[in-house]
Design a protein around this ligand. Sequence first.
Ligand code: UT7
Length: 326
Amino acid sequence: MSVVIRAVGSALPARAVPNDDLPAALETSDQWIKSRTGIAQRYIAAEDETTSSLAIAAARSALDSARLTAADIDGIIVATTTPDLTFPAVATMVQRELGAPAGTLAFDLQAVCAGFIYAVGAADGLLQTGRMRRAIVIGSETMTRILNWEDRTTCVLFGDGAGAVIMERDDSLDALTGANPRGLIDLQMNADGNLIDILHTTGGPSSTQSVGHLYMAGKEVFRHAVEKMSGAVLQLLDAHGFTPDDVKWYVPHQANQRILAAVAARIGAPPERFISTVASHANTSAASVPLALHELEQSGELQRGDLMVMAGLGGGLAWGATLLRW
Ligand code: UT7
C-alpha cells in the first residue's frame, strides 16, 4: 500500500505587486528587499478574492490535472491561517463550491507556514487507515490581510495564493520496494510552543475578538528555520538510508532565498535542486510548498519515481518535512 500525490494545481490572485509599487511611506527599496530576501514581487488578493476562492481555484486546477471530478474524492483538507470566517472551515466552502458529495470529510488545519506539511501528514494517516480513499489537500492563504502595513520588517515579505494536491491510496504500490516504487516514504511533524513569542498574531477571536496583525522577530525565526528544516530533512534521509545527494528535488517553504541557500549548504545538497519561487510569490505561508511543487511539475522536469523532499517551518514554531518518491 502506498499513498501517492496524483496531481498538483495552484491559483494566484490577479494582481502582482512589484517591490517598487509598495507604499512609499514604508521607506523600503527594491534593492533592500531583493538583497535580503530574494523577493521581487508578491500577489495581493483583491477584495473579492479570498482564501476560499483561491482554494477552490487551486482545487479545480488539481482535479482537472488528475482528470477527476469532485465526485471522485472523499476528503478535503485545507491548511490555512487566514480563513474567510472564524468558522466554518474553508474546506466546507470548497466542498460546497466543488459540489463534492455530502459524505466527504472536510476540515481546516492550522500550522501556519508548516501547514501544508502537516496537512499532507494528516491526509497520509487518514488514507492509510482507510478513513478516506482520495483527498484534495490544499494550502491557501491571504496573509496580506493580516499584515501591519506600517511595519516594513514584515509587510514586504508576504503574499497571497493557493496550491493543491490530489492524494490517494494505491494498494498496488509500495514507496520503497517493487519495480516502480512510488509514494510517501516518511514524514516528520514537530512543534515547540516555547517559541510562540517570536512569530504570532497580535489578536484572535478568544483574546481580542479581532484577527490581529502578524508579528515576527525575523532574525531569530531565520536561525530556527535553517536549523530545524535542515535537521528534519537530514533525520528523514538518515532514517531510510538515503544521502542528500540521492534527493532529486527539494521543495521547501518559500520565506527567504537566503534561508533556502543556508538550508542547502547545511544539508550539503546542490542549491540548484532547491525549487525557489520566492522571487515571484514571496512568502505565501501554507500555500508556498504546493505552489512551488506545481511550478516544478509544470516545468516538465519532475519524473515518476524521483526522490523528493518537502519541508516547512512557521509560527508555533511548527515545522516538518516529507520524503517521497514522485
Ligand atoms: O514563514 C515563516 C518563517 N519566516 C521566515 O523564515 C523569515 C525569517 N527571517 C528573515 O527572512 C529575515 O530575518 C528578514 C528578511 C525578516 C530580515 O532580514 P535581516 O537580514 O535579518 O534584517 P534585519 O532584521 O537584521 O534588519 C537589518 C536592517 C535594520 O536596520 P538597522 O536596525 O540595522 O538600522 C532594519 O530596520 O534592515 C532594516 N529593515 C529594512 N530596511 C528597508 C528591515 N526591514 C526593512 C525593509 N526595508 N523592508
